[in-house]
Ligand binder design. Structure first.
Ligand code: GDP
Length: 331
């Protein structure tokens, strides 16, 4: 049966629903659980010890057993450029399995709604700026993370296929660069915000004269506080039921040099910033077009300085996470 995707209801009442958040220990999943709890919505979670999402039989059995009304796919194998490049088979295979098991299992167990989360790396290496949703599949991907990206594109397509063939209310959201509590704080291997928060903090503690940042400081990036993403996810669950994936971002970007100055202020470091131009800048521009989400009625509310201060406080309160590698958390 082919169903007209436009006939599905666009308002979904979450009151009294049971929501399974896959990946609840990660930065995104934990923020979504917090956000649902604010609205008194029950979140079902399952630790890795209890459920291996790569395993089809146990994932299907878990979903048939718990029968969630809603499933949020915030579980993924994530990592930076180096990890993606070193373990391409793990990144492609594990992410395909996790999302196929969750999406097919949600359909089989009768879930009413599913939200699949990806990332801005799904878009071609050369895309119009800001990047609109329809840039998807218009050109070659950035080769260093194409394994992760291909899996995430397959996830979007799975949601569309189940909607088209079965009328399933499965939607997808693609966030821009995220930061916040439960991030991965490693000075060398993590993304720029946790790396710099940690490096400036440690330099401040030691009383260093300077902190070294990578590249030229001129690339621009859009950063989204993870609690804002969680708020957008709950908004989309309630108000969006469409075939196309939706970009989630702030709609504005800053230079890496501006970011470094803000990190310096937030951490109280009083020395100088030096730019190591032997390190790569990466892509110069990476901002998503968030007009569709704005048209639906949602915009981000956390200022960058506030979000950064909260992320820094979380890091100070949770130093043990500084060296951990998140195994199954959303990027
Ligand atoms: P990207 O958005 O995929 O390029 O991911 P990153 O968060 O790793 O890098 C964003 C930008 O921050 C790049 O231009 C980096 O060169 C710059 N940058 C500056 N200092 C650092 C650092 O210490 N770590 C990282 N990861 N990036 C840094």
């Amino acid at each position: 049966m082919t169903v007209d995707p436009t006939t599905l209801p666009s308002h979904y009442d979450l009151a009294g629903k049971r929501v399974f958040v896959a990946g609840h220990r990660g930065m995104v999943g934990s923020a979504i659980v917090r956000r649902l709890e604010q609205d008194g919505v029950e979140a079902i979670t399952a630790g890795r010890d209890r459920l291996d999402l790569r395993d089809s039989a146990s994932t299907l059995a878990f979903l048939k057993d718990t029968k969630p009304d809603v499933v949020v796919v915030a579980a993924a194998k994530v990592g930076g450029i180096l990890a993606n490049d070193t373990y391409p088979a793990d990144f492609l295979y594990e992410n395909l399995m996790i999302e196929a098991n969750l999406i097919h299992g949600s359909f089989e167990s009768g879930a009413e709604k599913l939200l699949f989360l990806g990332s801005s790396c799904i878009y071609p290496k050369v895309s119009p700026q800001p990047i609109p949703e329809d840039a998807l599949l218009t050109g070659p991907l950035e080769p260093t993370n194409e394994w992760y990206a291909i899996a995430k594109i397959a996830g979007i397509k799975l949601c569309q296929a189940y909607r088209k063939q079965h009328g399933a209310d499965f939607i997808s959201a693609m966030p821009s660069n995220l930061y916040g509590p439960n991030d991965y704080f490693d000075p060398e291997k993590s993304h720029v915000i946790p790396a710099l928060l940690r490096r400036f903090h440690e330099a401040e503690q030691r009383g260093d004269a300077e902190v070294v940042c990578w590249g030229t400081g001129t690339p621009r990036r859009e950063f989204l506080y993870v609690d804002d993403l969680a708020d957008a996810c709950v908004f989309l669950l309630r108000n969006y039921s469409g075939y196309d994936h939706i970009n989630v971002g702030t709609g504005s970007d800053i230079t890496i040099a501006e970011l470094a100055e803000t990190v310096k202020r937030v951490t109280g470091f009083s020395g100088d910033i030096r730019w190591d131009r032997t390190k790569p800048d990466g892509t110069m521009l990476k901002r998503m077009d968030t007009a569709r989400l704005a048209d639906l009625g949602w915009t981000a509310s956390t200022s960058f300085e506030d979000g950064l201060t909260r992320a820094y406080r979380w890091y100070l309160d949770n130093p043990v996470r500084g060296g951990d590698v998140p195994a199954a958390a959303q990027q």
